[in-house]
Each structure stands twice: as C-alpha cells, then as structure tokens.
Design a protein around this ligand. Structure first.
Ligand code: OSB
Ligand code: MG
Length: 370
C-alpha cells in the first residue's frame, strides 16, 4: 500500500463521570486520532496521550510534534507492505511510544483491510470474545465506592479494579471485601508509594486481590522486586514497562508476576504482541490495560486482547462507561458474561462516524504526498 495521505486530529471528549486517580482528576480525555489513506483504503488509529504529562511523559503536544516532524514524513509517499516497514522507517526515533502507536495502529488497520481480515486475525488472536472488567476511580468516601462498584456489578462487570492513593487504600479494600467478599478485585496505585510504605501492602495481602498494580516508581523495576519478595499477592507492572526489554527485566528480576499491556505505552501493537509472546513463554499472564480510549482505540485493544495469553480480564469496558456517545458504530456493549465481542469485519471492524469525529475535533492537520 502506498501511503498517499495522513490526517491527525486532536480530540477532546467529555467523560460521563470524572475519573480520579493518585495522579489527579480528569473530566475530559484528549487524544490524537490518526487517519491513513492509500490506494482506496483507509486506516484509523488512536494515540492515547493525555493533555498532561502525569501518567506518561508524552502529551498531545509532544505526540503532535513528533508525528508531524518525524513519523509522518518517514512513511508518507512510501510503499508499506507490512507494519514492519513503517517501524523500520522510524527506528531511529527514540521514545515517543504513544505517538508511534497511534500511527502504527492506523497502518495495522489499513493493512488488515487490504487483506480483508480482521485486526484480531492479523495479530494472531484466538478468541471471539474477550473478558473485561472496569477500572473505578477514587470516590468521595468508602461508602460511595461500595455504591459505585455495586452499580458496575449490576451492569454485569465481573472484575473490579479500584484506584488507591496514600490514605485512601486499605480502608477501601476492607470496605469492598465486607460488601462483596467474593468478587474479582484488584488495585492500582499509579506509582503513588515508596518501598517504605510496605505496611500498606502487607495490610491488603490477605484480601484475596488478583494483583496490585504499579505500587512504586513509574520507571522502577528494582524496588518492585524487593516488594514482590515480601508479598503473597502478585504485583503487576503498568507504567514501568515500555518495551519487551523492560518486560524481560521485570520477569527475570521477579519484580512482578503479571504484566499490564497497553499498546500506547510500549510503542504499538507489534511490541505488545512481542511482550505477550514472551510472557506466554515465561508462563506469566498478561492483561490489557486501558487509557479511556474512544471506540477507535478500543477496537484495536479488543483485537489485541483476543491473543491467547491475555488470560486476565482487561480494562476495556463498554463505550458507555466512558462516553455518552462513542465516535464509532457499532459501539462496544458489555455481554452478559462480562465480555466484549471482538469485531469480525476487516481491520478494526467498526465504522468511524464522521459527524461525531468532527464534533470532538479541536485541531486537525493533513499531510499529502507529492
Ligand atoms: O493506570 O491503568 C491506568 C486510565 C488512564 C491512565 C492510566 C490508567 C487508566 C485506567 C483506566 O485505569 C482504564 C480504562 O481505560 O478503563
Ligand atoms: Mg495502571
């Protein structure tokens, strides 16, 4: 496929409810949507950046800059017959993984459409439904959290993840365990603690948690190995894993027993699949994380999560858990067995709604090959 045109859009979408974590409160999500056109085909991808550099160092501004100045020029006008060609064309660009992942995803979609196969099939997926849960932000009180979790359980979510932060941790886990003794429950600290906070994690070590996600530094691997040694509960790394090399370091140092895979954080679907395969070879489960994506990113996430070693439920909830209206059709709906259906049509398998996309676009730029 010859890449004839690329368009990037800065989008801003209002969440149905604000989302509070140890990093702050969000009411809107700002991402970059990438569209690639060539030879009559169109591919779509989402760069799950944020307005702020609080989860990752990348922002909408940094990703826009790197896409426009380096990544788009590397592929525009070129013939790309496999995603690997594009990865090779920007191999000398270091970091900026979310920017790369958005463009890479659009190329995966276009190339899957060229072959007439679903993205799931192209990635080597083995299931037609993926198990999902819901990530619940910090609430005003433990009682409010118990209530909020109750509403998600009533909607059919069978795995709950809660955000924790210093001073809002053990008490939340205890309140939830009193109310719902047997649910699948896990916690995510988003790097809010240090090794000398070990008492907090010891105090939740008998709560039957599936895992404790990213308790320590956002780039740390070593201190997590010391913490994991002291706990029965599995640690899971999110922020600290940027590549297959990081995943290898983390599993070989026993810094965690589980890895959260997010294509944006690791530079795309290709690196995600490589991490998946490595973890499978180490008998370490992976699960699919989320970045409050729109339906475009969600469709790619669902496709990736259909690979066989994604054995734990993902942070890939129904469209309406995030947004009043999605920008794709059909939107993602929770099945009664707490799964999402993997789209079977070509590429990402959902149609982008032009009017909805236009309504959430705050800036747009097109690049045409000469
Ligand atoms: O740490 O997993 C995280 C959202 C934004 C940034 C970081 C995280 C999250 C979530 C939400 O937990 C997951 C979702 O998309 O449902
Ligand atoms: Mg996380």
């Amino acid at each position: 496929m010859r890449i004839e045109r690329i368009e990037i859009r800065h989008t801003r979408m209002e969440l149905v409810a604000s989302f509070e974590t140890s990093m702050g409160v969000e009411t809107h999500e700002e991402h970059i949507i990438v569209r690639v056109d060539g030879e009559g085909l169109t591919g779509w991808g989402e760069s799950a950046v944020s307005a702020t550099p609080y989860y990752s160092s990348e922002t909408v501004g940094t990703a826009w800059h790197v896409l426009r100045e380096f990544l788009i020029p590397a592929v525009l006008g070129r013939r790309v017959s496999a995603v690997g060609d594009a990865l090779a064309s920007w191999a000398k660009v270091r970091g900026h993984r979310m920017a790369k992942a958005g463009l890479e995803a659009a190329l995966w979609d276009a190339l899957a459409k060229a072959k007439g196969v679903s993205l799931s099939k192209m990635l080597g997926g083995t299931r037609d439904r993926v198990a999902v849960g819901v990530s619940v932000g910090l609430q005003k009180s433990p009682e409010a959290l118990v209530h909020k979790v109750g509403t998600y359980l009533a909607e059919g979510y069978r795995r709950i993840k809660i955000k924790i932060a210093p001073g809002r941790d053990v008490e939340l886990v205890k309140a939830l365990r009193r109310a719902y003794p047997n649910i699948l429950l896990q916690v995510d600290a988003n790097s809010a603690y240090a090794l000398n906070d070990i008492g907090v994690f010891r105090a939740m070590d008998d709560a039957g948690l599936l895992l404790i996600e990213q308790p320590l530094g956002y780039e740390d691997i070593y201190d997590h190995s010391k913490l994991q040694r002291e706990l029965k509960t599995a640690l899971c790394l999110d922020e600290s894993i940027h590549s297959l090399a990081d995943a290898r370091a983390a599993l070989e140092l026993r810094s965690c027993r589980i890895i959260n895979v997010k294509p944006g954080r690791v530079g795309g679907l290709s690196e995600s699949a490589a991490i998946h395969d490595y973890c499978a070879s180490m008998s370490a489960p992976v699960w699919h994380g989320g970045m409050l994506e729109s339906g475009i990113g969600r469709a790619a996430n669902v496709a990736l999560a259909s690979l066989s070693n994604f054995t734990l439920p993902g942070d890939i909830s129904a469209s309406k858990r995030y947004y009043k209206q999605d920008i794709v059709e059909p939107e993602f709906v929770l099945n009664p067995d707490s799964t999402l259906t993997v789209p079977a049509g070509p590429g990402i398998g959902v149609a982008v709604l032009p009017d909805r996309l236009a309504a959430v676009t705050v800036r747009r730029e097109e690049f045409e090959s000469v």
